[in-house]
Design a protein around this ligand. Structure first.
Ligand code: R5P
Length: 325
């Protein structure tokens, strides 16, 4: 991508928190620019400190942070980065949160629960963010939680290109691992020209991270099943779905997911015999010790860089996905 750091009227600044500097560096490389030098540290009592070592006055600043573990610390770091930028007279501040923190708490399932995804949006606003950029929000309505523009990007084109190149589409059936993913899985099956199957998953609201499969709707016998999901956390959703698919006669199971959260015991259980291949993007850092032979990690930096380019240049983010989602 060509150099766009200044277009005469505006000056682009890329800033990164400490969660996933490799992603920020890859975005900067795509944009043929660098990251602003930043001093960050954690005090003995856990409080965070950030200072930018250069002027941001009048700049269009993109604050890149991945919300991996420790998620609350990285959220707070991004908030105080935004606060520092606001107080240093940045002209516009975009929070780039490829994996939106607390996205799964997007509604009240029961009385006396919070809507934490809304709270996060309010915190970004209160800190001084003008806009948010994120990839594959767990629920699209999160866009409405933030009082300002939200650029909602889709990893589907990145994941789909790999699937098309690697697997025989004639043998593929797209599978939604739960009712919440049906709409997205339907788009996948439409684009790939494959049949669709749906898994009815059950969770006990009182037991976090436990999953059971109730039934499979659709024909999966003798098929290669492509499970599509927004995120893999503990891996239990995907493994339970894969086991049910193999028990129902599926020939193989491929998993395509955007966000590799990979909390324990994901690393161990994703290597189960029920799963043949796992494809994710690097919206979150995946350390070497969490990578396994059947895992493919696709770079998300080109997509984010292009979106940043479009926003900075007053172009169109929507046009990046025309006909995609
Ligand atoms: C659920 O609605 C999500 O889309 C994911 O399927 C789920 O959060 C993954 O969690 P885990 O890997 O812990 O089952």
């Amino acid at each position: 991508m060509s150099e766009i750091t200044s277009n005469g009227e505006k000056h682009l600044v890329l800033a990164t928190g400490r969660a996933h500097p490799k992603l920020a560096e890859a975005i900067a490389a795509e944009l043929d620019t660098g990251l602003i030098s930043t001093t960050s540290h954690t005090f003995a009592n856990g409080e965070l400190y950030v200072r930018f070592n250069g002027s941001v006055r009048g700049s269009d600043v993109f604050v890149i942070q991945s919300h991996s573990t420790p998620i609350n610390e990285w959220l707070m770091e991004q908030l105080i980065m935004v606060d520092a930028l606001k107080r240093a007279s940045a002209k516009r501040i975009t929070v780039v949160a490829p994996f939106y923190p607390y996205a799964r708490q997007d509604k009240k399932h029961r009385g006396r629960e919070p809507i934490s995804a809304r709270l996060v949006a309010d915190l970004f606003k209160a800190a001084g963010a003008d806009r948010i950029m994120s990839v594959d929000l767990h629920a699209p309505q999160i866009q409405g939680f933030f009082d300002g523009p939200v650029d909602h990007l889709f990893a589907m084109p990145v994941l789909m290109e790999h699937i098309r190149k690697t697997f025989d589409l004639e043998q593929l059936t797209v599978v939604s691992p739960d009712m919440g993913r049906v709409r997205v899985a339907d788009v996948w099956s439409d684009k790939l020209g494959t049949p669709l199957a749906i898994i009815h998953k059950r969770r006990d609201p009182l037991v976090p991270n436990q999953v059971s499969v109730h039934e499979i709707v659709g024909d999966v016998k003798g098929r290669w099943c492509l499970l599509v999901d927004d995120l893999i956390d503990t891996g239990r959703t995907i493994v339970a779905a894969s086991e049910a698919l193999k028990n129902a006669g599926a020939k193989g199971v491929i998993v395509a997911a955007t966000h590799a959260v990979f909390s324990d015991p994901a690393y161990d259980i994703l290597q189960s015999d029920f799963i043949d291949s796992v494809v994710v993007t690097d919206t979150l850092p995946i350390p070497d010790e969490k990578r396994f032979p059947s895992l493919t990690v696709l770079p998300i930096a080109p997509l984010l860089a292009r979106a940043i380019h479009e926003v900075f240049d007053d172009g169109s983010v929507t046009s990046m996905f025309d006909g995609d989602a």
